[in-house]
Design a protein. Structure first.
Length: 147
């Protein structure tokens, strides 16, 4: 029987595991980052600009706005091959949320028939929705309540 292995847990502690546990872990989970500077969940939770905190914001937004749930309807506003932004509307009754995504590095714009009510979420620079034109900077995303 092989010697037990040491495993670095996400909280930075070490855990001794046996061969059978190693086999089970390799079968069920992806490998953890074993580098010394690997992200640690407890530290990510304390850091306002961490990925963990960003995901928590998005989860709360989805819970707060019924239109963003799976039962909401989706209508594509701007969706052209090899062009950005990708813009679509989630709606559930009177609740209408425009989702705009621009993964490119370029500033982009498109026609949009809606009027801005409230910016709910942005990643990157703020989105603009004026005179039926939606404009956004490169590498940005937004959820916007519209009328």
């Amino acid at each position: 029987m092989a010697a037990p292995e040491q495993e670095r847990l996400c909280n930075g502690t070490q855990k001794t595991i046996t061969d059978s546990q190693t086999h089970l872990q390799k079968k069920l989970y992806t490998a953890q980052d074993s580098s010394e500077d690997a992200p640690v969940v407890s530290e990510q939770m304390k850091t306002p600009d961490s990925l963990w905190c960003e995901i928590q914001k998005l989860i709360k937004i989805r819970r707060d706005f019924p239109a963003l749930c799976a039962s909401g309807a989706i209508e594509f506003v701007y969706c052209e091959p090899n062009k950005y932004p990708l813009v679509y509307l989630h709606s559930d009754g009177n609740d209408k949320i425009l989702v705009a995504l621009n993964p490119s590095r370029e500033n982009v714009s498109c026609k949009c028939p809606y009027k801005l009510k409230e910016i709910i979420y942005t990643l990157g620079d703020t989105i603009k929705l004026e005179s039926n034109v939606l404009s956004m900077s490169g590498e940005s995303a937004a959820y916007v309540s519209v009328v």
